[in-house]
Structure formats: C-alpha cells, structure tokens
Design a protein around this ligand. Sequence first.
Ligand code: BDR
Ligand code: CA
Length: 307
Amino acid sequence: AKKILIDCDPGIDDALALGLAHGSPALEVVGVTTVGGNVELEHTTDNALRLRDFYGMDAPVARGAGRPLVREPRTAGEVHGNSGLGGAVLPAPKSELSGQHAVDFIIDALAASPGEISLTAVGPLTNIALALRKEPRITEWVKEFVIMGGSFTRGNTNPAAEFNIVADPEAAAVAFGAPWRTVMIGLDLTHQARASAEVRAGFADLGRLDAELLTPCLDFYGSHVSYQEKGPAIHDACAVAYVIDPGLFESVPARVDVETQGRFTSGMTVTDFAAPADAHNAIVPTELNTEGFWSLVTDAYRNVAAT
Ligand code: BDR
Ligand code: CA
C-alpha cells in the first residue's frame, strides 16, 4: 500500500478524509498531524484522537502549530461547529498523543522512508512551512506533496481566497515556493465532490459509522447556506482520493503564487496556466470523475464499517 501522512484540522471534511484514507486498501496511514484551522488546535487535536479511536486507526497523532506564522488565527466554526465535528459527539479519546511535535514527526517520518510517503495537507499550511524551514531536505524525501487549498478562480472565505490559504498565507507562500511540485486540489475541483442526497443514501447501511459520524457531521455541514442547494463539498477527501488514484482527475501543470500583500486579495492562489514549463511549481487538478470518487469513498467507508 502507498504510505500517506495527513496534516489536518478536523473539521468535518477532514474527518471524512481520514475515514477514506483508513478504509482504502490502497493506503497505509503512517501518521496524522494536527494544526489549528477550522477550530482551535486543542479541538482539532482532540478530534483527531477521537477519530483515531472511532475508526480503529493505528497511526500516531502528533500535535502541531496552534497559530499561523504571522497573522492572527482565524477559524470556521460556523461551517464545522464549535467542536469541529458538527453534531457528532464521539467518545473522549483513549489514545495518547505522540510525544513528538508535528513538525518533527513529519521530518522524521519522511527521513525514515525517503521516496515513499505522500504528504497530504488539508488544513492551513503552518506545520508544512515550519517543517520546510527546519529541514529543507523534506522536499527530496517526499514522494509527493498534495494539498487541499486554494482555487484557480474564486475563494470561499472571501471572493479571492480559500480558507486553508487565507488562514496562513505566509505559510502557503513558503510551501508553494519550495522545490517540489505542489498538487493543488482547490475549490474548483472540490466543488465537484458534493455529498448530495443521492450520495448520502449510499451511506445508509453503514451502521455506527453513519449514525454516529457521517449523518451528524453531514447534517450540520450541509445546513451551511453555501451548501444547501447541491450538498456540502467534501473538500479534503478529494486530496486523499488523488493520492489513491490520480487517474480520477484531469490535471494541468501551472505556476501558482500566493498573494500575501493584497488589501483585498491576501491568500489568493494566483494560478497561471500559461506560464512557461520551467516556471511551473504546481499540478492543478481541474476535473473530477465524480462517480469514481464516490465509489472510492463508499467502498472505503464500507471497509471501515465492517471492522
Ligand atoms: C477547506 O477549509 C476547511 O474549512 C475545510 O476543512 C477544507 O480543508 C475548504 O476551504
Ligand atoms: Ca481541512
């Protein structure tokens, strides 16, 4: 199986992405690192531990940065609920945290398995930027670097910027500036992955997984104004799906620069599809095979529910 390390801020769609990674026979989750984002670090970390227990995962959970590199923290409790998991109330964690800080965990994991780990970040990029500064060789050791973040058209937190990028634009600029090719799974892609009523009907026979996690999460997430029409976009699961099967995506190389100075546009991922090849620093998935995506997700959840 392909090794994946997931840096996240659970977060409803983060929780669903972890379930996809754990349930997919194609992946081995080697670690989960947490960052402040959708809710405060204390909650994202607690949620990661609860999800680890609930899913029955073996991977260590390591706590990371609670604040962005430069700016004041910004959260999205109105989308994810004050706890971060909508209406889901999972049992208090039995698992213990890794003794390592997320940044050291990421560096050590990549150093120990060079060329093998897909580093997948689905929250603000604070831990990734800190890891790059502490150990620049992670760009050589990683197999690939995949994020959920940004967009090549418009934002969701404001017209210009997507949440994970605007939450820590300086960190995102460090990540996109590093000598690797960032796979940018942005909003234009993730808005193709909606948990519609039809999709959710496929979760109905998943027992506890559905009753205790999926339904209370998706009922809350789907009630947000922006999601009422087509169902909530399960952003973060798209990044995990890319690691499992990039063939489900149409992807275009591009130059992506993160705006950090704009009065109205800080956090914008300025995407140039016309840039010369030697300027490319990103791969930008643009089209999702939606049916293939949902069958991957549903099959993985079936595996989780069966254990
Ligand atoms: C991203 O921001 C968070 O609210 C979600 O978890 C996702 O990672 C979408 O903009
Ligand atoms: Ca997230």
